[in-house]
Write a protein that binds this ligand. Structure first.
Ligand SMILES: [Zn+2]
Length: 317
């Protein structure tokens, strides 16, 4: 297993719009297209790696979905046939809770990070998943890369195995340049670890040293780097120079960072993210296709193993 390189592709399954209008019950065209596209990607990557190819799909089952569709399980009931096919292909389905709350006084959605609301959003996603899939979810990726001591505790309390949220290099959720209302928790991920770890019970941003001081849960950080200069530890890079391996981002930089991470790490892995609406936007779709072409044509592609969160864990011990 030592020369094999685990690669996680984590797909957020969401409405095409972030701030969906109340009463807009549009289908998730982006997810439908993403599903079809990744079917072809799977075939291609299986041919290149000569191994099974699995993806992680993180589905929205939270209060925003409940408010819009009247049922947080809407995406599962609407797309049960697609999700079943993904499961039959060996993919992992998990949850992707956002903390959007509809505020009638401003007639807008707002991301709310009050601990009670965060717990409510997570618990609704968990319960809905369990009811619909007759089992508990094993993986979670919080919306807007929000991670805190509370979210890590929640995942452990509810028995999940992997968190896929952490995006090392960024300073706060608010500093992503989004012009949306939000409560902007001040969190600093510039020094966050860049390899999978079991967090300390006292500080989720540190690895626990001993079995009694660390959580059972694994944190698998999204791969990231600075777009100029030192790639592996972009702690001192300004925020605008930090880039995660998001398939919608500029493909040449995606390649630059992924090549550097693969080449410089002693135990290389990649954790790659993408939102399901990307195929509905021409420019971003092209970036995604180019980056996946580059991975398929990579000189080390025969060593890549496209894995679920659980399948990745044995590589990290
Ligand atoms: Zn999201």
């Amino acid at each position: 297993m030592t020369d094999l390189i685990p690669i996680l592709i984590n797909i957020d399954v969401e409405p095409d719009e972030r701030e969906v209008s109340l009463g807009d019950h549009s289908p998730w065209v982006g997810f439908e297209k993403t599903f079809a596209y990744f079917k072809t990607v799977r075939t291609r990557l299986e041919a290149v790696t000569q191994a099974p190819v699995h993806f992680n799909w993180l589905v929205r089952l939270d209060p925003q979905i409940e408010t819009i569709y009247g049922d947080p399980a809407w995406p599962v009931t609407q797309y049960r046939h697609l999700l079943s096919e993904l499961q039959n292909s060996g993919d992992e389905i998990g949850i992707h809770p956002h903390t959007w709350k509809w505020l009638p006084e401003i007639a807008r959605w707002k991301s709310v990070y009050d601990p009670k609301w965060v717990r409510h959003c997570f618990a609704m996603s968990f319960r809905t998943f369990k009811r619909e899939f007759s089992r508990a979810p094993r993986i979670c990726k919080f919306g807007d890369h929000y991670i805190s001591g509370q979210t890590v505790s929640l995942m452990e309390e509810f028995g999940l195995d992997c968190d896929l949220t952490l995006e090392p290099g960024y300073r706060t959720v608010a500093e992503r340049g989004r012009h949306e209302p939000g409560t902007s928790p001040v969190l600093d991920f510039r020094q966050a670890l860049r390899f999978p770890y079991r967090p300390s019970r006292r500080n989720f941003l540190q690895a626990g040293g001993h079995w009694w001081s660390r959580r059972r849960l694994w944190v698998i950080p999204v791969s990231s780097g600075a777009t100029s200069g030192e790639v592996i530890r972009p702690s001192d890079a300004p925020d605008h120079e930090v880039m995660t391996l998001n398939l919608e981002f500029y493909a040449p930089l995606f390649r630059y960072i992924s090549d550097a991470l693969l080449g410089k790490s002693t135990k290389p892995y990649l954790s790659i993210v993408v939102r399901s609406d990307v195929p509905t936007r021409d420019h971003e779709r092209t970036q995604m296709e180019t980056s996946l072409d580059n991975l398929a044509n990579h000189p080390w592609a025969h060593r890549f193993r496209f894995v679920t969160g659980q399948e990745a864990l044995p590589y990290f011990f």
